[in-house]
Design a protein around this ligand. Structure first.
Ligand code: SAM
Length: 244
């Protein structure tokens, strides 16, 4: 049926493309893509050829209305190079305007590096805040971190290898030395999760910037520590004192 289909694609391992995602792509009249070479590879993997058109929220002021006009009687799929469209990727304006135009918008959910990294970090998952990419300039980056310093949630950030060390240092400076995880190359051959304190991780990666794609996960402030024997003894002593 006509409409806009938001289709999540793999973040590394092509087998993570869901059967429903594959069939929506195979039947789409047009696929709006970030990079047609990347999507062509995915389509080749499932043995499909479909027409593609480039889409970016910022260059698309004139492309968007044309695309939306076509959705009235054509099925148009939106994909990004990897993972879930709209998550640090183009698409929210397309969804907004399609919805306003009365177009059916539906999603074929699937992988996203942010949630995948959260499941690997071993940090609290009940509340989390996704920050995407921090600003590249040091001042703006510090301000962005300071803004969330009091938030009682696990933080999730995207980062590149060359900037990882500097970003971990900035996080340590502004948030204190919290527990964190650096999750790399999820679902790929060199998938790796390194946990430690922000300071320890910053030191490690400043010296040797890692290759590949990276997610940083940072513990919430003052995550309650498991009660040690000393605290339990003290609580017992106090309870006994109250009883006598
Ligand atoms: N829309 C994508 C998603 O849902 O995850 C994110 C797109 S964003 C432009 C690309 C960033 O996501 C990378 O720089 C990296 O921080 C993160 N990323 C994507 N794939 C990854 C992977 N396999 N392992 C670790 N991080 C990944």
């Amino acid at each position: 049926p006509p409409g806009l289909y938001i289709v999540a694609t793999p973040i590394g391992n092509l087998s993570d493309l869901s059967p429903r995602a594959a069939s929506v792509l195979a039947e789409a009249d047009l696929i709006a893509v970030e990079d047609s070479r990347v999507t062509a590879k995915l389509l080749a993997h499932i043995g499909v050829k479909r027409p593609m058109t480039a889409y970016h929220d910022h260059v698309a002021e004139h492309v968007r209305p044309q695309l939306i006009a076509q959705m009235a009687d054509r099925a148009i799929a939106l994909v990004s190079d990897a993972g879930t469209p709209l998550i640090s990727d183009p698409g929210y304006k397309l969804v907004r305007d399609a919805r306003a135009a009365g177009i059916d918008v539906t999603t074929i959910p699937g992988p996203s590096a942010a949630v995948a990294a959260l499941t690997l970090a071993g940090l609290p998952t009940d509340r989390f805040l996704f920050l995407g990419f921090l600003p590249p300039k040091a001042g703006a980056r510090k301000a962005a971190i300071l803004e969330v310093a009091q938030v009682r949630a696990t933080l999730i950030l995207y980062e590149s290898g060359p900037r990882l060390g500097a970003t971990l240092s900035a996080l340590c400076d502004m948030l204190g030395d919290r527990e964190a995880a650096v999750v790399r190359e999820i679902t790929k051959r060199f998938e790796e999760t390194v946990t430690g304190s922000l300071e320890g991780l910053a030191e490690r990666y400043r010296e040797s910037p890692p290759k590949g794609e990276i997610v940083i996960v940072v513990a919430p402030p003052g995550a309650p520590e498991a009660a040690g024997e000393e605290q339990i003894d003290e609580a017992l002593r106090q309870a006994m004192a109250r009883l006598s």
